[in-house]
Design a binder for this molecule. Structure first.
Ligand SMILES: NC(=O)c1ccc[n+]([C@@H]2O[C@H](COP(=O)([O-])OP(=O)(O)OC[C@H]3O[C@@H](n4cnc5c(N)ncnc54)[C@H](OP(=O)(O)O)[C@@H]3O)[C@@H](O)[C@H]2O)c1
Length: 248
């Protein structure tokens, strides 16, 4: 049976790569995001290339009043949604969030508040169907607060923790919850401040393949690429009295 997947933030670099990987294995897709024109282009490309059904939905994470209508539109489609992947997010200028309360709040609302207010009805929907999966992109940045990105990191730490609780709750209803923790990925989000040729920087395609494999294998949480697991093990192990002296 065809797997129907809703991708939130479908214009993200990682989401576009994931949509290709999922379409290649025959999934039908609902692409949701702010940039309709770009999503329509992707939809045409995916339909032609992989002969799968691809629909487009307008979605803005900050339009809280519009969430209920958006979710009703997605969940009342003739083909029920089997999997949901949260890909949207924003990486603010850390220094700006240290003085600009509105920018800090926008970051929290995009990366954390909206994720939770959307996951509540989406999780309940899958729970009532007793199956399917929820996958969300968190970040290695949520593993430990660092001076260079702790506003962003805090939103991802909150998301990671929320997903952990959700996984525990939904286990008995057979709903799979996946936490995705990428390291550095070459996407528009990191353009200009990451060297794409660095061995630590992964392509969106590589990360997308890891995400798709983790969904199929029903993994709980992944670091992607894998080598971020030992890196973050070390980062988390440094005692706080030493860590606070670093310039990370
Ligand atoms: N790149 C990395 O190194 C890295 C590392 C760890 C985790 N991540 C996470 O991976 C996820 C995907 O990011 P990416 O690297 O693929 O970056 P990206 O290409 O810059 O994508 C960010 C996406 O978020 C969407 N977005 C932002 N605000 C939104 C809003 N209010 N409503 C709806 N959509 C909104 C953007 O939509 P528009 O196209 O409309 O702007 C865009 O599609 C994010 O959660 C990010 O935090 C990335």
């Amino acid at each position: 049976m065809t797997e129907n997947v809703l991708i939130l933030g479908a214009t993200s670099g990682i989401a576009k790569a994931l949509a290709r990987v999922m379409a290649e294995r025959g999934c039908s897709l609902v692409l949701a995001g702010r940039n309709r024109e770009e999503m329509e282009k992707s939809a045409i490309d995916l339909r032609l290339r992989y002969q799968v059904a691809v629909e487009v939905e307008d979605f803005d994470a900050l339009d809280f009043a519009g969430h209920a209508g958006f979710i009703t539109r997605c969940l009342s489609r003739p083909q029920p949604i089997d999997g949901i992947v949260l890909c949207y997010g924003c990486l603010p200028d850390q220094r700006q969030t240290e003085t600009d309360v509105d920018e800090a709040r926008r970051t929290i609302d995009v990366n954390f508040t909206s994720a939770i207010t959307l996951l509540i009805p989406l999780a309940n929907y899958l729970e009532s169907r007793r199956g399917g999966y929820l996958a969300a992109i968190s970040s290695v940045a949520g593993d430990r607060g660092r001076q260079s990105n702790y506003t962003y990191g805090a939103t991802k730490a909150g998301l990671t923790s929320y997903l952990q609780g959700l996984r525990n709750r939904l286990y008995r209803s057979g709903v799979h919850v996946l936490t995705i923790k990428p390291g550095f990925v070459d996407t528009p989000m990191t353009q200009g401040w990451l060297n794409p040729n660095s061995p630590l920087v992964a392509s969106a395609d590589r990360v997308a393949r890891d995400i798709d494999r983790a969904i199929r294998r029903r993994r709980n949480a992944i670091y992607t690429p894998w080598f971020w697991w030992p890196i973050m093990l070390v980062v988390r192990a440094v005692p706080e009295f030493l860590f606070k002296r670093t310039r990370l």
